[in-house]
Design a protein around this ligand. Sequence first.
Ligand code: PGA
Length: 251
Amino acid sequence: MRRTVIAGNWKMNFTPDEARAFINEVKPLVAGKDNCDIIFCAPYVTIAAAQDAAKGSNIKIGAENVHFAEKGAYTGEVSAKMLTACGVEYVIVGHSERRQYFGETDETVNLRAKAALAAGMKVILCLGEVKEQRLSGVTNEVVAMQTKLDLKDVTAEQMKNVIIAYEPVWAIGTGLTATPEQAEETCAVIRETLVSLYGKEVAEETAIQYGGSMNEKNAAELLAKPNVDGGLIGGASLVAEKFAVIVNAAQ
Ligand code: PGA
């Protein structure tokens, strides 16, 4: 049975001290909530402080991106080897903000995912349609194509370490949430695509999160859908009580 995964994406928020304070605040609120995996993906410079504060708890700390090369002349980038050397197990790849503002494409997202998987990391692979695509009725085609391109040459064995985050771009940071029906329908399309790529067993084992203005109010309804196996949460992952409500909704 696949696990539910509730992951916070802090984006460019929290200094090391703020991250430590936040983890100390959220830790008791989610203690013992073992029906889901709980992860916070942090800016590189706050990872160590967050890990330190999370020690001994059920909270795991991940990164927000990873480069595909092992090392070299890639100013500003961080490799999978560097992350694993820091004890980081989870990493987000292909977030729409990376695609939108930093020129990442399905091709580079695929390279980043493969590099992280080769290093033994667990990848949260983000994909989703933009507003024009949803309005044009091509969402299903878009997410199926992204799933295929972003997972190109990822093996069935490696899929054990892949979590997919379906994030409609129009819902991220906008306060507009996909309806539970929209989230369910599109997550089901992604799962069907996984069936075509890897077969039913792998597809059924892969967690598919919803992301995009998930919050303490709408989480329960979204998480109740059979193909929604968790959430990738931005804004609401910066407020301990809100995040804890979402974790509770997943129990
Ligand atoms: P949001 O962000 O919850 O603030 O919409 C989600 C995400 O970008 O992963």
